[in-house]
Structures are given as C-alpha cells and as structure tokens.
Ligand binder design. Structure first.
Ligand code: UD1
Ligand code: UDP
Length: 362
C-alpha cells in the first residue's frame, strides 16, 4: 500500500466521528496526517475530545477560528489549499457537514486530490440549514461516499452519484460511543452536577433555535416549562449561550445551565437521563443506541432512522410538554432494533475500503 491519507477535522462532531477511523487506519498501517482547521478552538469544544478519544495531536492546527460563513469558509479554503499542496496526500477524508468539511472537500477537489466523505447522503431537505448546503456540495465532490444509514444510498443515487462509489459502513460516532461505554457513569455525573435521580439533558445550538432572539425566547420559555416536570442539565454551546441567557433561561427553577461538557462527562449524563431535549445531529443518534427518549426540537431531521428505528421524535414547541410527559411515562420506546450496522465496526469497514482504494491508486 502506498499513499498518505489526510483527515480534515475542525469542529466537535468531527472529532467524535474521526477517532475510530484514524484508529482503524493506524491498525491497518496506513500513513496518516491529521489537520485541525481550528474552527472550534475552546478547550471544551476541542482539546478535551483529543484527550478523551485517543486522537493523536493534530499534525497541523490551521487556527482559522470563527467568522461569518463566507469569511470562515474562505479562510478555511486558503489555509487548507496551502496545507494540501505541501502534504500532497493521495486521499482526503472529511467528516459530517460543518464548514471545515466543505472547505476540505472543495480545496482538495480543486487540486485534483480525491475526497472521501464520512457520513455522506444525509438529507434534511431544508436548505436554510448551513449543514444541508455543506452536505450536498461535499457529496458532489467526493469519490468515496461512506453512508451511515440505508436511505442515504437512495438520496445519493437520485442526485446522480454512481452507486459503486457509495458504501454503507455503519456509524463511526456509534463506534466511539461503544468504545467508551464502560466509562459513562451516570451516578458520578449526577453527583458532579447536583442533580436528582430523575433528570433530563438539553442541548440547543442550531441557528434556527438560538440566533434569532424571538426563537431563543420561545425555546427558553418551553424549557422553563419542561423544568417543572424534570430537572434539566443544559450544557450550552457558546453559540446559544448569550441569546438563551438573555431570554431568561439561566435563573429558571430546575434549569442547570452548564459549560459545554467533555465527551465522557456528557455521555455519562445522557446515559442516565430520563429524557433528552436537543437540536443536535449526533445526540439524536447517541440516544437511540443508549435507549434514552430523545425529543428533537426541529421541524426536520437528516437522521430519520433514529425515528423509525430508534428513540427519537421530532417535536414543535407546543408539543414538547405532552411529548415529555409521555416519555417520562415510559411510552416513548425504540420502534425498531436500532439502525443496521451501528455495531461499533464502522471505522474498520472504512479502513478496509480506504486501504483497498489506495492499493488501486498507486
Ligand atoms: C458548527 C457547525 C454545526 C455543528 C456545530 C457543532 C457549521 C456551519 N456549523 O456550528 O453544524 O453542529 O459546529 O458544535 O460548520 N465559538 C466559541 N468557541 C469555539 C468555536 C466557536 O466561542 O471554539 C463561538 C464563536 O462565537 C462563533 C460561534 O461559536 O462565532 C459559532 O461557531 P461556528 O464554528 O461558526 O459554528 P457552530 O455554531 O459552532
Ligand atoms: N457533545 C459533548 N459535550 C457536549 C455536547 C455534545 O461531548 O456538551 C458531543 C456529543 O457526542 C455530540 C457531539 O459532541 O454528539 C456533537 O455535538 P454537536 O451537538 O455539537 O454537533 P452536531 O451533531 O449537532 O453537529
């Protein structure tokens, strides 16, 4: 086998998805380079994941940081182009749907470097989501499309992608969950945050829920109401913090607003939760595997298998409290046996396909 694989990661969900792929390629003896774009840079959004998930320190941190979509993507593109020219990898791996994913794929494609997209083919069909724009564009640019659930194959083929490039491999985020499962200690997490035996976990950071002050007020109101039924631990992403604080979430009885948590601390809380309220992509998947009822405060999901085969339900604000009551009464259980191939072996499947691909592209 020849050739060097270069991973582009930049934001919290990228780290959780890349860890098992990097580990599996290491076991396969593949020469790898890990590039951190610096899209996320706070200790709690970045470094803690490298420490806890056994990711090697990045070979380069491009330090791109925050900005508007155009500015951040432009900075990412410029920095990544220089890096890719210098490293000349045989294949670039990108993960999920963040701006670093799009920039990695676009910079590589323009240099004629093949791209592999991990978590290809997910679609919310809501182009107001920046992630949907990123996903669609990245899939058009990718030579290898690694999908986490069967419906993604249909989305890609309908968009004209050759089915021979599409590989159903399972879900690397679930590999990470299963690898660390023994470390998730709900009792310790509950004690650390002074929570009662029965509690809920909330994460909110989608622009549609937190950017507009009206939307943040509506979210804060319904969460305050939810906290009358269940004490809530709310680790807040920096994006939502100011708006939700301004909307009065912090002082509400039963609402415990926290800093973003490390992976093990967060998953420990989720594992022991009576219910989770979220707008996160990854959390919809993790709750499905942990069997924890998940109420997703969105109108769409790009992860419908978590509804059809798992514990996830989409809810609007007005539906949240009745849905929460049902969940607490034990009426929101998994509808299926869990999505196919979410078995902890996605990283190994990806590594097998990548090494075979490298062997044929000397
Ligand atoms: C990004 C992803 C989103 C993903 C989320 C995961 C895009 C378009 N969005 O959203 O899909 O769900 O990450 O967590 O890529 N900030 C900090 N510290 C940091 C990083 C950011 O305080 O380390 C603040 C800055 O004020 C910044 C804001 O958060 O402007 C938003 O950061 P950004 O990376 O642009 O998008 P996210 O909302 O984090
Ligand atoms: N996560 C974490 N601490 C937190 C919130 C999230 O460790 O306080 C982890 C969790 O595994 C989640 C992942 O980070 O699935 C990505 O979360 P996020 O909601 O930021 O991104 P999304 O999946 O919505 O893109």
């Amino acid at each position: 086998m020849t050739g060097r694989v270069l991973h582009v990661v930049g934001a919290r969900p990228n780290f959780v998805k890349a860890a098992p792929v990097v580990a599996a390629l290491r076991s396969a003896g593949c020469e790898q380079v890990l590039v951190h774009t610096g899209q996320h840079y706070d200790e709690r959004l970045s470094d803690v994941f490298f420490r806890q998930l056994g990711l090697p320190a990045p070979d380069t941190d491009l330090g791109v940081g925050s900005g508007s979509h155009a500015r951040q993507t432009a900075e990412l593109l410029m920095a990544l182009e220089t890096e890719l020219i210098a490293r000349a990898p045989a294949l670039v791996l990108v993960y999920g749907d963040v701006n670093s994913t799009l920039a990695g794929a676009l910079a590589a494609a323009k240099l004629g470097i093949p791209v592999a997209h991990v978590e290809a083919g997910l679609r919310s069909f809501d182009m107001t989501m920046p992630e949907e724009v990123n996903r669609r564009l990245v899939d058009q640019l990718a030579e290898l499309l690694f999908v986490t659930s069967p419906e993604a194959i249909g989305h890609l083929t309908r968009e004209g992608m050759d089915v021979g490039r599409v590989h159903l491999v399972g879900n690397p985020m679930i590999d990470t969950l299963l690898t660390h499962l023994d470390l998730f200690d709900p009792a310790a997490a509950r004690t650390a945050h002074d929570l009662p035996e029965r509690y809920g976990v909330v994460t909110l950071h989608r622009p549609s829920n937190v950017d507009d002050p009206e939307a943040a007020r509506a979210a804060a109101l319904v969460l305050t109401e939810a906290a009358r039924h269940l004490d809530l631990a709310v680790p807040l992403h920096p994006r939502g913090r100011r708006a939700l604080e301004a909307a009065g979430l912090c002082g509400a009885p039963g609402v415990n607003v926290l800093e973003p948590l490390g992976y093990v601390e967060f998953m420990s809380l989720v594992r022991g939760a009576a219910a989770v309220i979220t707008d996160s992509g990854g959390v919809q998947e993790e709750t499905t595997i942990l069997g924890v009822p998940c109420l997703t405060l969105r109108t769409t999901t790009e992860r419908p298998v978590t509804v059809t085969d798992g514990t996830n339900r989409l809810v609007q604000h007005a539906e949240l409290i009745p849905a929460l009551r049902k969940a607490l009464d034990g009426e929101q259980t998994a509808r299926g046996e869990g999505p196919p191939l979410w078995d902890g072996k996605a990283g190994a499947r990806i590594a097998r396909i990548v090494t075979r691909w490298l062997d044929h592209h000397d």
